[in-house]
Design a protein around this ligand. Structure first.
Ligand SMILES: NC(=O)C1=CN([C@@H]2O[C@H](COP(=O)(O)OP(=O)(O)OC[C@H]3O[C@@H](n4cnc5c(N)ncnc54)[C@H](OP(=O)(O)O)[C@@H]3O)[C@@H](O)[C@H]2O)C=CC1
Length: 521
């Protein structure tokens, strides 16, 4: 059982770090967390910056207009719901930071976090423990401490990936990575090209397009850009537990594609991808297709062959000249954890666009180091990250049996094949996961998956069968609210979770009195 003396180091105090601290404390572990920033929140802590800021000076890629891509009711941590009276369905980044601060204070995490303290290295000592070397801002000396385990929670969106485009140095206009974009004002009257079609490219294009002289989005593959709402409901409400787990993926893809075709603007052929819906990380933006349809944004279906002095030469034969600005929205170097052993994620035998991580969390090569938040979930990240933390903490304190190295290697081999079959072959999809399936997989060993059987049994055994039936209906056929993973099993908070699940299903616009009471709000 839990050894109270086990000490863990948590590197990073963003979404994943906070979940790691909270779950570690809940299991009675001692925790020291380190974050190089001036405040908690990680990527959600907005940093003002100039496009030419140095590579490591800017941690957060948050621009002023960043809105949540997943909705309030699916995105909260499982036992700390957003209050709908204060948080709309989707909201801008300052509210997310506010929520993370509320979470930090509610669970008493702040005193465990050392801000302005950068972890320089984590070195295995050979006996399963780790030496963590860190340095506080302004201090000349690095310090080191030994821990039983390390949680690496620094995300994967801080090291911009800029492809080596031929002739880039010739280009006389402005060139920068989307990581450094903040506001659209500077692009008024300019001719702009954005390379990429991920969430950054699509958001930035929509922000700049109304003011730019011309705006081109260059995409080599096309992609699905989904609206935030479909028929008045958040888009996620159309892909519930039943459709994700019962309906074969191909049927679900077909149905959802038909639904989109009915309710949304038809994308031009330049945008239509060869891959199917749900095979890529979701890009969410309601006004993108409208801006394409109305000519504010031009889609170039092409790769960049080279740069010229004045623009881009594209593989579709188009020469984009007189370009004032090129924004390279080409994603991030996922494999950049400078403070961890370099072969933790990959070695020379790892296939391209893959990582050697068991459940995207553990390396078979090193004991007691865990990556949290290192997943691109098709759906919201916080509940999945929290499940990673619950799983890992249960491994550490013995509630879950540790997998053998052979088991991990076999699992990783199968997961490489799964990724290649189910997702677009690109670096960002090396760690892509379907949210409910992935979270269930992590929480299964804790008995915390709200299976149909478990919830149905409750209908026959509970004192209030109608209420239990409503829970069953909400969890399996309603919007996939995160509270569902606290209804049963180890770590359950059944009263709170039931209240939250039912309140969300009922569409109520504030926390219920019982939720308030249970949260001490
Ligand atoms: N509002 C929000 O919540 C936001 C969330 N995010 C999140 O941040 C993360 C990063 O998003 P983002 O910055 O968009 O990065 P992504 O990795 O998601 O997208 C990168 C894009 O660049 C393209 N690309 C990569 N290399 C090249 C190349 N050599 N030539 C041409 N195109 C290339 C990719 O195309 P291909 O598919 O062909 O590889 C892809 O379209 C994601 O998880 C995203 O969901 C980002 C912005 C806003």
């Amino acid at each position: 059982m839990a050894t109270k003396k086990m000490r863990v180091a948590v590197v990073g105090a963003g979404i994943s770090g906070l979940a790691a601290i909270k779950e570690s404390l809940a299991a009675g572990l001692e925790v020291d967390a380190f974050d190089a920033g001036e405040e908690i929140g990680g990527a959600w802590a907005y940093q003002n910056c100039a496009p030419d800021a140095g590579p490591r000076d800017v941690w957060s890629s948050m621009y002023q207009g960043t809105m949540l891509n997943s909705c309030r009711d699916t995105t909260s941590f499982t036992d700390f719901p957003f209050d709908p009276a204060r948080y709309p369905d989707y909201f801008k980044h300052p509210l997310m930071l506010q929520y993370l601060n509320e979470y930090t204070d509610h669970f008493g995490l702040r005193k465990h976090i050392r801000l302005r303290t950068r972890v320089l290295s984590c070195t295995p000592r050979g006996d399963g423990s780790w030496t963590v070397t860190f340095q506080q801002d302004g201090s000349k000396m690095a310090e080191e401490t030994t821990y039983d385990a390390v949680f690496a929670c620094t995300g994967h969106l801080s090291s911009p990936q800029i492809p080596a485009f031929p002739g880039r140095e010739k280009f006389k206009g402005q060139f920068f990575h989307s990581h450094y974009y903040r506001t659209p004002a500077a692009f008024e009257g300019k001719k702009v090209a954005i390379i990429g079609l991920g969430s950054s490219a699509v958001d930035i294009a929509c922000e700049i397009a109304p003011q730019a002289r011309e705006l081109h989005v260059v995409t080599r593959r096309g992609g699905w850009v989904l609206p935030r709402y479909i028929l008045g409901k958040p888009t996620e409400a159309w892909d519930n537990r039943a459709t994700q787990l019962w309906v074969p993926l191909a049927v679900s893809q077909w149905l959802q594609t038909k639904l989109l075709a009915l309710v949304d603007i038809q994308p031009p052929k330049e945008l239509k991808p060869d891959h199917r819906l749900l095979e890529q990380s979701p890009t969410i933006r309601g006004d993108f297709l409208e801006k394409v349809a109305t000519g504010l944004i031009t889609i170039q279906r092409a790769s960049v062959d080279s740069f010229s002095e004045t623009g881009l030469c594209l593989s579709n034969g188009t020469q984009l000249d007189d370009i004032d600005v090129v924004i390279c929205a080409t994603g991030y170097n996922f494999f950049d954890f400078p403070y961890l052993p370099p072969d933790l994620l990959r070695d020379s035998s790892t296939p391209p666009n893959a990582v050697d991580l068991y459940k995207f969390v553990m390396s078979p090569r090193y004991d007691n180091v865990f990556l949290l938040g290192f997943a691109e979930t098709i759906g919201p990240l916080p509940p999945a990250v929290e499940a990673q933390a619950r799983h890992v903490v249960a491994l550490l304190d013995g509630r879950i049996k540790r997998p053998s190295k052979d088991h991990m290697l076999e699992h990783i081999r199968k997961s490489h094949a799964f990724q290649a079959k189910h997702f677009v072959d690109s670096p960002r999809h090396a760690i892509a996961a379907h949210m409910i399936e992935y979270t269930d997989d992590l929480l299964g060993p804790l008995g915390a998956v709200p299976t149909f059987g478990k919830l149905l049994r409750k209908v026959f055994t509970a004192r209030n069968p109608l209420r239990s039936l409503a829970v069953l209906n909400a969890v399996w056929f309603g919007i996939p609210s995160s509270a569902q993973w606290r209804l049963c099993g180890d770590g359950r908070k059944e009263l709170l979770a039931t209240e939250t699940v039912l309140r969300i299903a009922g569409g109520r616009k504030e926390l219920s009195p019982r939720e308030r009471e249970l949260l001490g709000a």
